[in-house]
Design a protein around this ligand. Structure first.
Ligand code: DER
Length: 238
């Protein structure tokens, strides 16, 4: 599909430009675009990858590394990362991101922050001007289960009356809420456009609420974002 090929385009371009021979400690994000990142890194060859360590941002990310027969590392052992590449749910004109559609944003933010260079790769649907325009599910907030009920009320009062606890959906999944790799819940909190024009202020307000573990707003963290387009071109924001 156009979307899949645009994910691949973004991933390949970003890897070709930002995963260089001197980069040895590499953070791998989560979602449906990063498999193409791993694919392109593997294509750089065993010679280069033999000396590298790859840090995951969750179970799915770890599986990509393990199945790709790349060396799996732990951020405890490699707290200083050369490059982290990850997807995003939406990216605004200032490279601020909504992340957490895949409920992995705590570990993603740890590896994004610990990296010298943090690069976002996405299909054209994520290329936006103001956050919340295309990704309408709300800001993902990872929360401690013990705190969620009161926290949900506090998020409602903060300006997101439609915020909800993210539930596992559909037959054969799981009764009850989504549980992250860290054993926490996720609240999805939509805010109005005016609020989303200043994501950093919103991030600070949400982060102060008792029980919040991490917020899916990555403000001023990415050095560049690569978007594959349906026409086969790649748009780069930096
Ligand atoms: O949850 C996240 O932040 C992931 O990076 C994910 O949302 C990326 O989306 P994708 O599946 O379109 O790459």
């Amino acid at each position: 599909s156009k979307v899949e090929s645009s994910k691949r385009l973004a991933a390949y371009e970003a890897v070709d430009r930002h995963i260089l021979p001197e980069h040895k400690i590499i953070g791998i994000g989560s979602g449906s675009t990063v498999p193409y990142v791993v694919e392109r890194i593997i294509a750089q060859g065993e010679e280069l990858n033999h000396d590298r360590v790859f840090l995951p941002t969750g179970f799915q990310s770890k599986e990509l590394i393990v199945n790709g027969r790349l060396r799996l590392g732990d951020v405890d052992q490699y707290p200083n990362i050369d490059v982290t590449i990850d997807g995003a749910d939406e990216v605004d004109h200032d490279l601020n991101c909504i992340k957490g559609g895949g409920a992995c944003h705590l570990r993603e933010k740890v590896l994004a922050e610990a990296a010298q260079t943090f690069i976002v790769v996405a299909d054209y649907r994520k290329n936006s001007d103001v956050l919340g325009t295309t990704y309408k599910q709300g800001v993902p907030i990872e929360v401690a289960p013990f705190a969620y009920a009161k926290l949900l009320q506090n998020v409602h009062h903060l300006g997101s009356p439609t915020a909800t606890l993210r539930m596992a959906k559909g037959a054969g999944t799981k009764a009850g809420p989504i549980v992250t790799d860290n054993g926490n819940f996720v609240i999805d909190a939509p805010f109005d456009e005016q609020t989303m024009k200043d994501p950093y202020s919103l991030l600070k307000k949400i982060k102060m609420l008792t029980g919040v573990v991490e917020v899916g707003l990555f403000c001023g963290m990415a050095q560049a974002a690569y978007f594959g387009n349906a026409d086969g071109t790649v748009t780069i924001k930096w």
